[in-house]
Ligand binder design. Structure first.
Ligand code: ZN
Length: 153
């Protein structure tokens, strides 16, 4: 007997996300996260010539979202701790991001092992030389899961 095909939809979604309409360029970022509570990069940057950035977060682990969920949140480095604290209060149902938090520049969905999420965000309000950071807002992860984000001239 054949097994059910409930995974087919997920696989198709992942395949679509991995195939942008244009070739990967400097305005495209791919970052991995894993079951060891880690991102695989600690410094991200895009050139100022990018009007928008397309970022894909992958979770290469197998643990479920409830136990080892990850997201990718961008803000100024100054705002980062408060966003994480408020996000904890927002809870899992809101991907650990406070509703309409204007300090958040961009964020992906919270994902579990084997999942990916792709977002596109404008860099019009971001300035070269300013201090931006990215992090995971899952409770307790920000201590390890964070890095710098910069706009380069
Ligand atoms: Zn995380």
């Amino acid at each position: 007997m054949k097994k059910t095909h409930y995974l087919a939809g997920l696989v198709l979604m992942s395949a679509t996300a991995a195939m942008p309409a244009f070739a990967a360029d400097d305005c495209t970022i791919e970052i991995n996260s894993n079951d060891a509570m880690q991102f695989d990069q600690s410094e991200l940057s895009v050139p100022a010539s990018c009007e928008e950035v397309t970022l894909t977060l992958h979770h290469t682990g197998t643990m479920p979202k409830a136990a080892m969920g990850h997201n990718w949140v961008l803000s100024t480095t100054e705002d980062m701790p408060a966003i994480a604290t408020d996000g904890m209060g927002a809870g899992a149902d809101h991907d650990y991001i406070k509703a309409d938090d204007e300090r958040v520049i961009a964020h992906t969905a919270l994902i579990g092992g084997g999942e990916s999420d792709t977002i596109t965000f404008s860099t019009a309000d971001l300035k070269a030389g300013d201090d931006y950071s990215f992090f995971c807002s899952f409770p307790g992860h920000i201590g390890i899961m964070k890095g710098t984000f910069s706009i380069t001239e």
